[in-house]
Ligand binder design. Sequence first.
Ligand code: SF4
Length: 382
Amino acid sequence: MSVYSFSQIQTYLQCPLKYKFRYIDKIVPEFEENLHLILWTEIHSALEWLYNEINNFKIPTYNELEKKFVFNFSKKAEEINDENKEDFLTRWKNYLKNFYKKHYPFKDIKVIWTEIQLYIDLWNWVKFQWFIDRLDKKWEDFVLTDYKTNKNLPPEDKTMYEEQLTLYALWVKQKYWKYFKKVFWNLEYLHFDLQDFWEINKDNIERVKAKYQNITKEIENKKVEYNLWSEDAFVLKENYNCKFCDYKEICPLFKHFYSDVENFELPDSVIRQLVDKYVELNNKKKEIDNELKQIKTTLEKVVKKTKLKKLVWKKHTISISKLIYYKILDKHNLKKYLDNKWFLEEVLDIDKTKLKKLIEDKKLLIGDWLIEINESFVLRWK
Ligand code: SF4
């Protein structure tokens, strides 16, 4: 069985190589415990306790809730030296109080689950996994609740976010199909004392499911490719988040910033010198090319005007000949015309870029007696 989470899929879409480092090579970045992390855990655990008590027909007072939160937070944060610790706690006690006041006396809901790990069947052996803070039944409807402790409100473009929520609705549908009518999403932004509540569009469920089936199928294929024959199955994708990536020290794009080239016939210091030399020479070449272009334009003007075929000075002579270019205006009719005249085969060429794409997309398998694959490298610089 393969199990995917939303963040795994996001990582893959952002950069397949990062996905490989994190989920196949299992290189887990080290996290340093900090106040935000502790707060996230302890707010969730205090609210889990609150709603479990409510489910047992006991409504804790706000003081009881605060005591629980403060005790656990302080215990966990004991080791952390941060001068803002007390202010941080006071602020979050206020946010918790606002939340409590807003929902008190917690009527009209039946809590089904708190802090539940859910699995959605995507296809065959592939499942999607996530944690939900709370699932309630409110009259005929289901309500999925998520507590948000960060300072970000959802961005205007909520597409990815809504897809995630739609997948959770799929879980409700798979688990409670007998009672499945409407599913609502309830986001509690504790920091802003805001509640974002809306109905999840059931019509999107199959579309989003199909999309995530396709993405996970692609990842499963890459895993097979990687295990069987290709080290390069997961290619790197440079993106905006590279600067925050935990794998920069091992990523081929950034590795040389952190470590030397080893086991090569030249020492690293020489390779670094070559980098500078290559760029400097190319810059010089660019300057020369520009100068050449200007001279050529001037000489062309002279030739056009004078009809001379050679220009001379002390050391050198330049011969001039004319090149003619054809621009095709109507490809379709030109092809027809050439076909009528039996010349089509002679002028037709195979589009190598399109052929390369067909091979790379694995739509075409061509034997090595028909084509030879060679490698070359493009060097760019800043
Ligand atoms: S640094 Fe960028 S390209 Fe390299 S693994 Fe991370 S996200 Fe991918």
